[in-house]
Ligand binder design. Structure first.
Ligand code: 6MZ
Length: 366
């Protein structure tokens, strides 16, 4: 595991043992975790060593991979969200074969499902893992998705049983996979991925939804209407990164909302009209506290938009986003809810319980 650091660490350190054990014992759902942003650093380092020795052909040089890993090792400091996306070419170079992708996926699943050091509970009991199917010299987009799905399926079959205290209906461990569409993709590639996702869903392989992600300044959202129409018609969940930055226009946000998403990622800069639509449709907001703070799209916990939705008893889900660069954990995100200011939001235990239930209720898998 990468070392926990940042705001979540301070919040966790300020909790009483009873508060910590409450968080640990809650059945929690992680609904917004990007596979390549959630690979534990030791797994990535391991992949980097064989990558170098194999000398495989790639557009990313060994030096660039090492430089990327070094950044992740010392801890990334982002001046703005745009800097964040520059981390991925080095990571992608290391997960470009079915074997390395499967290895990385198992590492991610361990990070979410293995029991904590004190055996009081895993990070989550239900995981929706999202990933962008990439075409590489070693695999097609379909092979990419099939690799993630079969790795998840096999993983669940080998997991040791949950501690007695956590064994009840809502805490059965399950994994759903979400296919991400990157805003930088052409519409043709988006269509190709959606067709694959629909086919794999028909095969009953654990695909539960489609996501829109990537650099929020890229692409023209108006072009993707029929892409998301096809997703919805196939009975797949729709989750969209939306209004992640101040530069995302109201027009763009309203266009994305017209695609009738089931959930929204971040939704940091919704104007009053957009908030009205989201409230009316009770669309769940995937809240990523540490991610927003470190990407500097939100100045402080005090000013975080989570408060707006909590005041209106609107469905939200607490999520990690990318535990690799952000060095957070789901437990630490819950600590940010419970810890007293200035370390956390100072919510009550009942409020935190309700939020955990809301997260589970917003999952795509029934
Ligand atoms: C937008 C994000 C993101 O899909 O290759 N990604 N997109 N906003 C964010 N918030 C900070 N965090 C991650 O995982 C990595 C990809 O997820 C998207 C980016 O497109 C990134 O390349 P996968 O497994």
């Amino acid at each position: 595991m990468s070392e926990l650091a940042g705001p979540g660490l301070q919040a966790l350190s300020s909790l009483t043992p009873a508060q910590l054990s409450l968080i640990r014992s809650l059945p929690k759902a992680e609904l917004h975790a990007h596979l390549n942003g959630s690979i534990p650093l030791p797994i990535l380092q391991d992949l980097a060593s064989s990558y170098i020795s194999s000398g495989s052909e790639t557009t990313v040089s060994n030096e660039a991979v090492q430089a990327g890993l070094e950044k992740l090792k010392v801890g990334v400091i982002l001046n703005e969200i745009g800097d964040f996306f520059g981390l991925f070419p080095a990571i992608y170079a290391l997960t470009s074969t079915p074997d390395s992708l499967a290895y990385a996926t198992r590492g991610v699943l361990d990070a979410f499902f293995l029991p904590s050091e004190d055996f009081s509970g895993p990070e989550c009991t239900y995981l929706e893992l999202r990933s962008t199917p990439r075409e590489t010299p070693h695999m097609t987009r379909e092979v990419y998705l099939r690799t993630v799905l079969s790795t998840a399926d096999k993983y669940l079959q080998t997991l040791p049983p949950l501690p007695e205290s956590l064994v009840h209906e809502s805490s059965k461990r399950r994994i759903g996979v979400i296919a991400s569409l990157d805003r930088r993709m052409s519409k043709e590639v988006m269509d190709e991925i959606v067709d694959i996702a629909v086919r794999l869903k028909r095969e009953g392989l654990g695909i539960v939804g489609v996501d829109l992600c990537g650099d929020p300044s890229a692409g023209d959202v108006a072009e993707w209407k029929d892409v998301f129409e096809k997703v919805r018609m196939a009975g797949l969940g729709v989750t969209l990164h939306i209004a992640e930055t101040l530069n995302n226009s109201s027009q763009e946000t309203m266009c994305l909302l017209s695609y009738k998403p089931d959930r929204l990622g971040h939704a940091t800069f919704l104007d009053e009209e957009a908030k009205g639509v989201v409230l009316l449709n009770k669309t769940c907001i995937e809240i990523c506290l540490t991610s927003n703070l470190l990407c500097k799209t939100v100045a402080s916990l005090k000013s975080h938009h989570i408060r707006y939705w909590l005041q209106r008893q609107h469905p939200i889900a607490i999520c990690t986003d990318d535990i690799l660069p952000f060095r957070n954990t789901l437990t630490a995100e819950y600590a940010l809810l419970l810890a007293q200011p200035p370390f956390g939001l100072g919510l009550t235990e009942d409020e935190v319980r309700t939020i955990a239930e809301m997260s589970l209720d917003s999952r795509f898998l029934a």
